[in-house]
Design a protein around this ligand. Structure first.
Ligand SMILES: *Cc1c(COP(=O)(O)O)cnc(C)c1O
Length: 432
């Protein structure tokens, strides 16, 4: 399916003037004029709080296995969660005029995969493992799921294979958890993927298949290989409800953390969240989970690289997965490997179209400035893709001064970084 649906690029520009700036790779801030009230959105959205709670229950069932297989999760009893911290020094450095609180959600520190993909990716594979084991009478929902660490279960799962296409972090998350369960796992990596991510995956026991072309080539080959084998399962980043649900569990969990920090969210204390966006599944799932909890007191902005603003293109034009950045002449190439997805998710785009407050694009060079600033000000390291959210507070305060209040709680979502090797961190820090 082509994107045009009877419309060419100049007609699109006529209808959506912002597109011209996007095509010129200028940084833009798009405000969603089709945002719905939370109530109206809930009436049409396909993902309910009950679905998300069921995903959370599955993660709880697997906690004893996770704790056994990944001892670094002992402190949270096998629950994969990250801290939320206040970053006052970064706030001052970012914008002297920013009022309210500035927090950082440290999904860069999520155990096992070191990125936001530890939410969706691990959930999807655990769900698949449980489905298989239950279908073969190997386990029931009530059984202690640390059984999944036993040789008998691993040998059962070794007859099944997993395929996934990835620019890096999704592959890491799927590869590591699949190998830990005993699955035969292949990660199809695009040319953008960083070498250390490939090396790490191989060390964890995953098969890494490399492609010259972009992400789309890696994904389509993975999909094809999975389709040829009936014992095979393809993790579909563009359309997976299970990935989405895994991400969405972040909603209630963040709410518990804010409660513990005595941070109230209400009409006078709105929560404003800035999420880096690639295909849209991770930020979409998180936004959906948060919306169910906070309703109209939540404001959500996605941030994307200027060269790969696929979700903005899809949501703004309403063409969603029927348009990709190359259709309007953008390269899709970006230093932000975690965001280098040229075509937006079908599933996520339709769900978030009604809850997004806006989307902003960020020039790659800014990512390294934020990376240095965060390290210098707070001693926190995150990877370049993960820095995109820092463009948010500034831009919003400029676009709509009325949101710049003392009561506002801004959360920049850090999405990856803890697995980055030391010498690569130093390269990033020095990069112009
Ligand atoms: C994957 C990823 C994202 C965005 O997730 P999508 O589901 O692709 O939108 C953001 N940051 C990092 C570091 C990622 O790896």
């Amino acid at each position: 399916m082509g994107y045009n649906q009877g419309m060419n690029t100049s007609e699109l520009i006529m209808k959506y003037p912002l597109l011209e700036k996007m095509i010129n790779k200028e940084e833009v801030t798009w405000i969603n004029d089709r945002k719905l009230s939370c109530e109206d959105w809930k009436n049409i959205v396909s993902v309910s709080q009950k679905d998300i709670d069921e995903a959370e229950s599955l993660l709880r069932r697997f906690a004893p296995f996770i704790q056994k297989a990944f001892p670094e999760t002992a402190s949270t009893n096998g629950i994969i969660e990250s801290p939320t911290v206040e970053i006052p020094a970064m706030k001052k450095a970012l914008n002297q005029n920013l009022r309210g609180k500035l927090l950082l959600k440290l999904d860069s520190e999520l155990p096992i995969a070191g990125s936001v993909k530890a939410r969706g990716g691990i959930y999807e594979i655990l769900k698949h493992a449980e489905d298989l084991a239950m279908a073969h009478g190997m386990i029931s929902r009530e059984d202690d799921h640390s059984l999944f660490a036993d040789e008998r279960m691993r040998s059962f799962l070794s007859h099944y294979s997993i395929h996934v296409g990835s620019t890096g972090n999704l592959g890491l998350s799927i590869g590591i958890i699949s190998a830990a369960l005993g699955f035969d796992v292949s990660v199809h990596m695009s040319a953008d993927a960083r070498q250390w991510k490939k090396d790490l995956l191989r060390a964890k026991g995953a098969r890494v298949i490399e492609y010259e072309g972009d992400y789309a080539a890696a994904v389509s080959q993975g999909r094809k290989m999975a389709a040829e084998d009936p014992n095979s399962y393809f993790v579909d980043d563009e359309n997976s409800i299970n990935l989405f649900l895994g991400y969405a569990t972040a909603g209630r969990r963040l709410a518990r953390q804010l409660d513990e920090m005595n941070i109230t969210i209400d009409h006078d204390h709105p929560l404003i969240v800035y999420l880096p966006c690639g295909v849209g599944g991770a930020p979409g799932g998180i936004a959906c989970g948060l919306k169910h909890v906070y309703g109209d007191d939540l404001h959500v902005y996605f941030t994307e690289p200027v060269n790969c603003c696929s979700m903005l293109l899809g949501v703004m034009t309403g063409l969603h997965e029927n348009i990709c950045v190359q259709d309007v002449g953008l390269s899709g190439k970006t230093e932000a490997d975690g965001l280098a997805v040229p075509r937006p998710s079908k599933l996520a785009g339709h769900i978030v179209a009604g809850i997004l407050d806006g989307i902003m694009t960020v020039d790659d060079s800014r990512l390294y400035d934020y990376l240095r600033q965060l390290w210098d000000q707070e001693g926190i390291f995150i990877e370049p893709s993960s820095c995109a959210g820092f463009a948010g507070p500034d831009r919003i305060v400029a676009a709509d001064p009325s949101v710049n209040t003392e009561g506002a709680v801004h959360i920049v979502w850090a999405t990856g970084g803890s697995l980055v090797p030391q010498e690569i961190r130093e390269q990033y820090y020095k990069k112009n």
